[in-house]
Write a protein that binds this ligand. Sequence first.
Ligand code: ZN
Ligand code: ZN
Length: 363
Amino acid sequence: MNEISHPISESTSLATREMIDQIVAVDPELLRCQTCGYIIHEDGTDHCPECGVDIDMRNICKHAIDTNHERFKLLWYTQVAELPVEDLCCTNCAYRLVGLTTNRCPECGEEFDWDNVCDAAISKSCMLFEFQWFADPLKSLAKTYWIGVTSPFRLWRTYPRSDTPRVTPLVILILVQWLVFARGWHAMALAIDPLMNKFIAVLPGLGTPRMRFTYGPRYENNDLITYALWSVGTLLTLQLFVQSKREHRVHWRQVLRVFAHSTLLASLCTALWCVLEAVLDSTLYYLPWPQDSRNNAKIIAFEYYAGLGNCMMGLALASIWVMLWIGYKKYLRIPHGWAIAAVALFVGHLAAQCVNIASSWEY
Ligand SMILES: [Zn+2]
Ligand SMILES: [Zn+2]
């Protein structure tokens, strides 16, 4: 296999001709018409000579680089991930390395590794909590939550695969999620309580006695200890799959990174539960719920609230499983991650329950 001699050109975006030359140097059969597969090498061609379809040479190049990530690693960073070239600096003295053909910094003489340089550039331009927790904690936390909940696939494309994850911000991230889970209900109840009671006050009485809504927590502090135990048990179990980690050359810190991002959606579930309970309560006005014979008030049976709670905890658990699965597949590249995740969730649950039973045992 040919090595690319000088991967990053002096211009911020490579001319297509240069890109074509570099791709052809590695493998002359990579650039093909996306419709019929005809091999195309000429820049300036706007129709496929074989099938006549419109072609965009830059797109074809990007596609070839993206689908051969390992072989075009350095081209990939500037062309597909579109890292700003000014961020590609010497990690020792911050000298700009763009256009260099050697692996030695001309400013400080230090030898460098393009992987490390690119990782540093990603950290600099990446807004995730792990990289910006010190400089901009709130914004980066919000950003991490947003990407993690709405597009976990993008989350794992954003992280570099070759760097060593930082333990401190990841542990802080896990603790923050624990706090969001533990106090999410209470925070939501603070907002919803007055809102629901104000809402009731402006509605016509509808012949029923005045109601007052209170959203007292549906779980106790004991449950929080169980969750903490579950967290430790699950993480330890994930780490115990030493064989898989060695086979796929995965560092324990990378497993920690996957775990730290697997509970993002689940941590929001208690807050969501509170909102859904308020929604359920508001159906008192327009659904024919059974009425209490003594004072004619409509009642929602307790089973509905309990069912809602079970649904939310089920959703939390399912989301953790799926998030772990995606992390294992897309980031750690371990194909049977779904099974490892299932085993870890089960063992974590078991460990939490055992400690729970042991501690509540009455002698
Ligand atoms: Zn064609
Ligand atoms: Zn340097």
